[in-house]
Design a binder for this molecule. Sequence first.
Ligand SMILES: [Zn+2]
Ligand SMILES: [Zn+2]
Length: 255
Amino acid sequence: MSWSDVIQGARTSAIIGAELEPYPYISGFGLLMRLTRLGALTPPEISAFGFRNRSEVDVLTATQQLRASARLMLHAVGLQETRVGSHWTHERWSPARLGGVFDANPRPVRHCLECAAHGYHCTLFQLPSIELCPWHQAPLVDSCPNCPRPLWSRFDRESKLGRCECGFDPFSPTVASVDMWEFPTEAANAWATEYLEWAGAERVHRWIAADSSSPALGEGLAALLSPPALIQTPSLKQRPSRCTGFRKIIHFKKT
Ligand SMILES: [Zn+2]
Ligand SMILES: [Zn+2]
């Protein structure tokens, strides 16, 4: 299945920011960032997408867990018949069944700053096993490059999504609209489609059981969920085969 299969059934939307073709496997957070930043939606319009307590709602969690607000948003932009939303969960991108272990606590957004200029984000980026954006080779960052704050997925006081409190803003309205077709769509689609096939096949016989509050969770999952070198782009670092996180994480593999 490729991105064109995933978006099949999309109703034509006149909302600016709802363009899907250039952005393979965009996350719910990414889509809402594009919709709200490009469409310059007013707070009541954002509420209509189901995000009422804008300053408190962690958009990433709400969309990854396909809460009612996420389903309302899919409906509002005519995507309810597509498989776009099913690619917003961690589970979909993980090569082992996670049993919700990675969903227990909200996590900062991990951004490729080049993708973020488009308002693009993919749930793949949230997996600790992925360190670089596979199509830009840029490191994924979860804290502001300008100040030490984590990059949370909440609306700020001016109802803007994706901006740090210090003013740092990776989103560029020009890049996200005029330069929309300069996004490496083909490379992203090819890489992600191949990765998803691999992860789906692995998930059939791999499970993770771990304490979601363990500080070693990220490190352990990073090592266990790492894709094979064939899928990793050559510059992606090979991970060490052992790490301290293993002691707290049980990894089942059926042969
Ligand atoms: Zn990128
Ligand atoms: Zn900042």
